[in-house]
Design a protein around this ligand. Structure first.
Ligand code: GLP
Length: 262
């Protein structure tokens, strides 16, 4: 696992954008895995800036979101279909026809989950999956005790996740859905590259447990330890509970030229 400690949240966004741009420059029709929440917003802003400058063109790329709430009215601003359109598809110049979000309004939710897995497969799999992490260690909406082998399915949101996300619903906890569809940990691990971004003290415990703790279903983020190409981009606050931070800084300071991303 590559762990990079950066001075601030803006640098985390820049570093994630650089990695996504590098993949798309190599393969213009790359398949990107998108995430929601506040964590990836800096990455999207930095990537949108690169698109405006002509540094990278995402118009041939495809994208798959990690997850979606179940039962929100169509077009709801808190829904991830709408969030992805607003925060990613439009500013990044993605083709909306190639941007996919699980269907949390489907009559048959189990069929919608299977269909989502099929679509990812038919697109050739995800080249780079961008991830945030919940304060309880969840990735996507894979709450603690999610199986490392899980695929896209319906989950019940943990009370802590609902409380964390109530801020997107005007602070109204009752407005936060109880259920979601999420790519499984097995689905996420099948992506060719993982880039997890985390900023702020509130993520420090989940990050330390994911990166340095034992593999545990209680810490879904620890699944990253099973992936051969996982990068974790952290600001100082999110990195503050890591034991080996001196080693990560030493590694970054001595990075061979061939491993650098602009
Ligand atoms: C959300 C999303 C995750 C996200 C995480 C952290 O609920 N389902 O994909 O990474 O929880 O959210 P935030 O970045 O807003 O802290």
């Amino acid at each position: 696992m590559e762990i990079v400690i950066l001075p601030d949240a803006a640098a985390v966004g820049d570093a994630a954008a650089a990695r996504i741009a590098a993949v798309v420059r190599r393969e213009p029709a790359a398949v990107l895995g998108l995430s929601t929440g506040s964590s990836p917003l800096g990455a999207y802003a930095a990537l949108a800036d690169r698109v405006r400058r002509g540094d990278v063109d995402l118009s041939h790329a495809s994208a798959f979101a990690l997850d979606e709430y179940v039962g929100l009215p169509e077009g709801s601003p808190q829904g991830y279909a709408e969030t992805i359109r607003r925060e990613a598809t439009e500013p990044l110049g993605l083709d909306p026809a190639r941007v996919h979000v699980p269907d949390g309004a489907a009559d048959d939710l189990e069929a919608a989950c299977l269909d989502y897995e099929r679509r990812i497969r038919e697109a050739g799999g995800v080249d780079l999956q961008l991830l945030g992490i919940g304060s309880n260690g969840h990735i996507g909406f894979n709450e603690p005790t999610s199986s490392f082998a899980s695929r896209t399915r319906i989950k019940t949101l943990a009370p802590r996740t609902r409380a964390d996300n109530a801020r997107f619903f005007g602070g109204d906890l009752d407005a936060v859905p109880l259920h979601c569809i999420t790519q499984g940990l097995g689905t996420i691990l099948a992506a060719k590259r993982l880039v997890l971004v985390a900023q702020g003290e509130a993520k420090a415990t989940a990050i330390a447990a994911s990166v340095e703790g034992p593999l545990s279903a209680m810490v879904p983020g620890s699944a990253l330890q099973l992936h051969p190409h996982a990068t974790v981009l952290l600001d100082e606050a999110a990195a503050s509970r890591l034991t080996l931070s001196d080693y990560y800084r030493f590694t970054a300071a001595h990075l061979p030229a061939w491993q650098r991303v602009d």
